[in-house]
Ligand binder design. Structure first.
Ligand SMILES: C[S@@+](CC[C@H](N)C(=O)[O-])C[C@H]1O[C@@H](n2cnc3c(N)ncnc32)[C@H](O)[C@@H]1O
Length: 251
């Protein structure tokens, strides 16, 4: 079998949310590089005693990839752990590109993302027929900046479910922009370190988002889900409507 470096999404924090595939890889890896500021130690504890565990929070991209390449070329099984799902704000592609240039194959194993666990804790369905069928996953600009065509103003116009990652520091301007489009009473799920031992979520209204964020001192590891679908009196879907026939129920 072709050897590969695995980029693994380990979910939002709770080890029980790991996929079986992720767990198997963590248990058998020789070398584990992990984003220690965003992944709890509990997850690393699944690894075997002799594995080499490398924290990446204070390393550069060049250093991380050179360690991966070196160990991989020594014949070791190398895995790189990312919080949540690697496809979201994971800085995973830049690593894959460097490996590709060195003819090293890789694979990505998905994980549960922060918005999913925060929605699950509130039993929220973010796509309710006739309210919204769209979820926008985005962030406030900050140092990374945003492509001009993706300004929060342009995205908020849709009044869909909207999840804000990496945005706690910019909550004042975010709230102001969102209030131009969503009613002030729109429900917002705020989640801090959701599914960690010290994590929590809260259901608030959009008009209180800035005040709440400042009062709680939220700066990092916070997700906001703004949605007209939260707490709505859900309209019934076609899927389970007796008058609606489909492939699996045609009578
Ligand atoms: C670098 S991004 C990575 C996102 C991650 N790949 C994901 O799919 O959730 C980190 C941001 O994700 C959000 N986040 C990740 N884990 C979280 C958690 N357990 N609780 C709340 N927010 C979380 C926060 O907005 C945090 O600032």
């Amino acid at each position: 079998m072709d050897k590969k470096i695995s980029f693994i999404g380990v979910g939002p924090g709770d080890p029980d949310l790991l996929t079986i595939k992720a767990l198997k890889k963590i248990k058998s890896a020789d070398v584990i590089l992990w984003a220690d500021s965003l992944i709890p130690k509990k997850i690393i504890n699944f690894s075997h005693e002799d594995s080499e565990k490398i924290k990446t929070s204070n390393l550069t991209l060049e250093k991380i990839t050179s360690i991966m390449i070196e160990r991989f070329n020594e014949g070791k099984t190398v895995i790189r752990l990312h919080d949540g799902d690697p496809c979201l704000y994971g800085a995973v592609k830049e690593q894959i590109n460097i490996l590709k240039k060195r003819n090293i194959s890789s694979e990505v194993i998905p994980g549960v993302s922060a918005f999913q666990i925060a929605a699950a804790y509130h039993q929220a369905e973010l796509t309710i027929p006739e309210i919204t069928q769209t979820i926008i996953l985005t962030r406030a600009g900050g140092r990374t900046g945003m492509p001009e065509k993706e300004s929060l103003k342009d995205l908020a116009r849709h009044k869909s479910s909207l999840c804000l990652y990496l945005s706690a520091r910019h909550i004042k301007s975010s709230q102001k922009t969102l209030l131009e489009f969503y009613p002030p009473e729109t429900k917002v799920i705020v989640g801090y370190r959701v599914s960690w031992d010290d994590g929590w979520t809260s259901l608030i209204e959009l008009k209180d988002m800035e005040k709440f964020t400042l009062e709680k001192g939220l700066i990092r590891t916070t997700i906001f889900i703004v949605s007209p679908a939260i707490d709505s009196e859900a309209n019934r879907s076609n899927l389970y409507d007796p008058s609606y026939k489909h492939l699996f129920r045609n009578k």
